[in-house]
Ligand binder design. Structure first.
Ligand SMILES: [Zn+2]
Length: 186
């Protein structure tokens, strides 16, 4: 559960720490606003992807299901700066499929936590593989990290691409090729 009072105090201290006056008119409501916003952008802390992925329905003989360009917004756990981009998911059902919006919900559960992109990719793949009980899954995330764009090396526009494969995607590279053709990358 999010402790908004604690976040409010912390934001006030950050403002004091950079030499600002947290009581001035423009900043007076900021700690409160940020605390409420954190409740929303870290809502995945209290959520479980199984809440969405376990709602399946039967669809026998279904081939690869691909959902592309699912937008997500997350927070890098090293700098507490946003990273954001798109998720691409392909899975091979055994005999059950999940509603397409539920894949996006599962992405959101992991995006709305302090994250690193590599770990988020693996967590989404594991959740779909286990909770959906499918034959295999592949997850690709493409994202821009504000901690790279705004500070440090300042390489704005650089995209970080990560991939995780489970089940049949680990052994069958033909499937992987087909997935990349379906999402329009190769
Ligand atoms: Zn970072």
């Amino acid at each position: 559960m999010i402790d908004e009072e604690k976040i409010k105090q912390a934001i006030k201290m950050i403002l004091e720490g950079i030499g600002e006056d947290p009581e001035r008119e423009g900043l007076a409501g900021t700690p409160d606003r940020v605390a409420r916003m954190y409740g929303e952008i870290f809502a995945g802390m209290d959520d479980d992807p199984a809440n969405y992925l376990s709602r399946t329905f039967s669809a026998e003989g279904t081939d690869m299901v691909v959902e592309r360009e699912i937008p997500f917004y997350s927070m890098c756990e090293h700098h507490l700066m946003p990273f954001f981009g798109h998720a691409y998911i392909g899975y091979i059902p055994k005999d059950r499929v999940v509603g397409l919006s539920k894949l996006a919900r599962a992405v959101d559960v992991y995006a709305k936590r302090p994250q690193i992109q590599e770990q988020m990719t693996a967590q989404i793949a594991d959740a779909i593989y286990e909770d959906l009980d499918c034959a295999g899954v592949i997850v690709v995330l493409k994202a821009e990290h504000m901690c790279m764009s705004m500070r440090g090396v300042k390489k704005g526009g650089t995209l970080t691409v990560t991939e995780a494969r489970r089940g049949v995607f680990e052994s069958d590279h033909g499937l992987e090729e087909r997935f990349f053709r379906m999402i329009g990358i190769r």
